[in-house]
Design a protein around this ligand. Structure first.
Ligand SMILES: N[C@@H](CCC(=O)N[C@@H](CS)C(=O)NCC(=O)O)C(=O)O
Length: 256
């Protein structure tokens, strides 16, 4: 059975944190797609654990997954955030039109991967510079050093890169990263910057005041104002940042 066009989308992700699952939610919400979410379903944690422990899917088609987010859609079970986004992007119209721009999908994916590298994975490592399996509390001095370097060097580097993308001809008209229309890469950049505003409020506010990344901040605003995204952000489906990738620790709220 191929993935049925009208089959509902099922997001499998840990309850209690927006986490990487948020990138998937934003794509589904922007498209107005019907979906279920284990963050809000009874027994949601058990479903995540069944995947993480390798009990499902053992269906002869889909390999086991290592970690959420996981997307189930008809007979498709896939993991890896940018991989899921590429799948959803094609299904939900969040990638360039393949007839007009055959390789646009890969360009958009490169932008999303770059945002996830520098504005999601590296922030995660600010709290886990020694080991992902150790608590933040077990690596606080290293975390402080890592965070200082991140806000001073890495964060401006990535924002400068995205400003350059937004100023480039390939960005087209309007506030979007590629081809003059919203793609999933814009949603990823929005979510990353949104999380960073929560995680490093002083550093991000300073960068915003300096005005060197005004197009990046304008993109964040433009995504937040999309009617479906605005409604989603106001809804109870939008979870608060807590103990996920984007966390707030006063001692790391550094002004570079
Ligand atoms: N590269 C993967 C990373 C997936 C990942 O690290 N998921 C987290 C939750 S956001 C997790 O549960 N990890 C468990 C682990 O790495 O052991 C992606 O982008 O989806």
């Amino acid at each position: 059975m191929a993935a049925a066009k009208d089959a509902p989308y099922n997001l499998v992700y840990w309850p209690g944190i927006p986490g990487r699952g948020e990138h998937i939610r934003l794509a589904l919400e922007e498209a107005g797609a019907k979906y279920t979410d284990t963050a809000f379903s009874e027994g949601g944690v058990d479903e995540v654990l069944a995947f993480v422990q390798g009990n499902v899917p053992d269906d002869g088609i889909n390999p086991p997954v290592l970690a959420p987010p996981i997307l189930k859609h008809a007979d498709v079970v896939i993991s890896q955030t940018p991989n899921i986004l590429q799948y959803l992007g094609s299904h939900l119209g969040l990638v360039p039109d393949a007839d007009k721009d055959r390789n646009g999908l890969y360009r958009v994916n490169a932008l999303a991967l770059t945002a996830l590298d520098g504005l999601s994975n590296e922030p995660h490592d600010c709290h886990h510079p020694i080991a992902s399996g150790l608590y933040y509390e077990d690596q606080k001095p290293e975390s402080k050093r890592r965070s200082e370097d991140y806000v001073k060097n890495r964060l401006p580097k990535f924002l400068t890169y995205f400003e350059r993308v937004l100023q480039s001809k390939s960005s087209g008209d309007g506030p979007w990263l590629y081809g003059g229309r919203l793609t999933y890469a814009d949603l990823v950049l929005f979510q990353c910057l949104d999380g960073l505003k929560f995680m490093f409020p002083k550093a991000v506010a300073k960068l915003e005041r300096e005005g060197k990344h005004s197009k990046v901040f304008a993109l964040h605003q433009a995504v937040a104002e999309r009617p479906r995204i605005a409604a989603y952000l106001e809804s109870s489906r939008r979870q608060k940042y807590s103990n996920g990738i984007y966390r707030y620790y006063e001692e790391l709220d550094i002004e570079p």
